[in-house]
Design a protein around this ligand. Structure first.
Ligand code: ADP
Length: 162
């Protein structure tokens, strides 16, 4: 049986930090299901639609057959069951990520003791990259070259007319 992990998130937009995690995750797993969350409470002012994010992720992994991009809503544990996956991959950038991730991992374990969450530390080149900062900087007309994959950069330039 191929070993598949679920990599969930908002990915608004996908960044080089996400891509690095995907590439490193693929060293441990045969495949990854990248799962874009719909209807997140914090996602009130999205930059890209969920469908656009799926397309951007697919473009960013450049047709790598080991990566499947899907969407989900509601509980992650239910989606993981549905996908028959029992490992969730998450990244940790800073201490500030820890509390939220720690709570979520424990809540998910409470909901489904079979589901394990695996954390990977961000690479030194990526620790300061978050979708939120990329969104804010791009909206304000800053250059996010080097922070996002080339196809995401093109989509941002198109959106903000640069
Ligand atoms: P969420 O909105 O659920 O935090 P994100 O789309 O921001 O999701 O990120 C999804 C996952 O990728 C999270 O586990 C996050 O910690 C991780 N991640 C995001 N950016 C980076 C980065 N620069 N380096 C490592 N992991 C990252």
């Amino acid at each position: 049986m191929p070993r598949i992990a679920l990599y969930p998130g908002s990915f608004d937009p996908p960044t080089n930090g996400h891509l690095s995690l995907i590439q490193r995750g693929l060293k441990m797993f045969d495949g990854l299901t990248v799962a874009v969350l719909r209807n997140l409470a914090k996602d009130k002012d999205p930059l890209f639609t969920v469908e656009e994010r799926v397309d951007l992720l697919k473009g960013a992994v450049n047709g790598d057959k080991r990566v499947t991009v899907k969407t989900f809503e509601g509980l992650l544990v239910k989606f993981a069951k549905q996908e028959k996956v029992n490992t969730v991959l998450r990244g940790l950038r800073a201490v500030s990520d820890f509390e939220y991730e720690f709570q979520m991992a424990n809540m998910n374990r409470k909901l489904d003791p079979e589901l394990e969450t695996l954390f990977m530390m961000t690479g030194e080149d990526y620790f300061y990259i978050s979708s939120r900062f990329v969104r804010d900087v791009a909206r304000l007309g800053g250059d996010v070259k080097g922070l996002v994959p080339a196809n995401v950069l093109a989509a941002l330039q198109e959106k903000f007319g640069k």
